[in-house]
Ligand binder design. Structure first.
Ligand code: ZN
Length: 215
């Protein structure tokens, strides 16, 4: 038997499918150890042995073993010597296969909604306002539409940046390029910084600065 695969399937399929609690989980592994792992299809196990091993009362042990049987993970027959138990492996039960999460497509992610991707945008912006380069923090920064929603800007990574509150408020529906020029005129950006921001803006729109998503 390929126990590595079996244990993976127990954890990934069987336990979540039957929503086993901590007692049922411990009990299943205990019963498995004394049946299938010992090369037996079934065995008789007294309730006292179960409660002793799990460190629970006999009534808890009884409740859990009945519950596992009701769920169908084991087959149970009460005998004078204890419970005659047969344990099923995941491939002997008809468990739905685990749906693999489809990989995230960065082009389809809404980077504005609920500030859900704020952390990755902040990382991309290196914790600086995209416009004025002032240091920004997760709890106080804002998400800004480079092309405003009024001008039909979308919520993709090419159009959403992390900014400080002031820039977000002052820029409003205006163009990002004009706003960066204003900052430069007010000496809030050095000439070098101004050029850097204009380049960053172009790279952003061209999809060249993608946030890194690890989820
Ligand atoms: Zn700013």
């Amino acid at each position: 038997m390929d126990w590595q695969t079996i244990f993976k399937e127990i954890e990934d399929k069987l336990m979540p499918h039957f929503r086993c609690d901590v007692w049922e989980r411990g009990l299943y592994y205990y019963l498995l150890r004394h049946t299938r792992i010992a090369g037996l299809d079934a065995t008789t196990i007294p309730l006292s042995a179960i409660s002793g091993t799990l460190g629970c009362s006999e009534s808890q042990a009884r409740k859990s073993i009945r519950s596992l049987a009701e769920k169908g993970c084991i087959e149970l027959e009460q005998t004078r010597k204890g419970h005659y138990v047969k344990v099923f492996l995941p491939n002997e039960l008809s468990l739905p296969s685990v749906q693999e999460q489809p990989a995230l497509n960065i082009e389809e992610i809404d980077f504005f909604k609920n500030r859900e991707y704020l952390d990755v945008l902040l990382k991309r912006e290196q914790n600086q306002c995209f416009y004025c380069l002032r240091e920004i923090k997760e709890d106080s920064c804002e998400l800004d539409h480079v092309v405003s929603q009024l001008n039909v800007g979308d919520n993709g990574y090419r159009n959403i940046v992390a900014s400080c509150h002031q820039c977000n408020t002052k820029k409003q529906g205006g163009s990002a390029e004009d706003f960066i020029r204003q900052l430069s005129r007010k000496n809030l950006l050095s000439e070098k910084e101004f050029e850097g921001r204009i380049q960053a803006l172009e790279a952003l729109k061209a999809g060249q600065i993608k946030p890194e998503i690890n989820r």
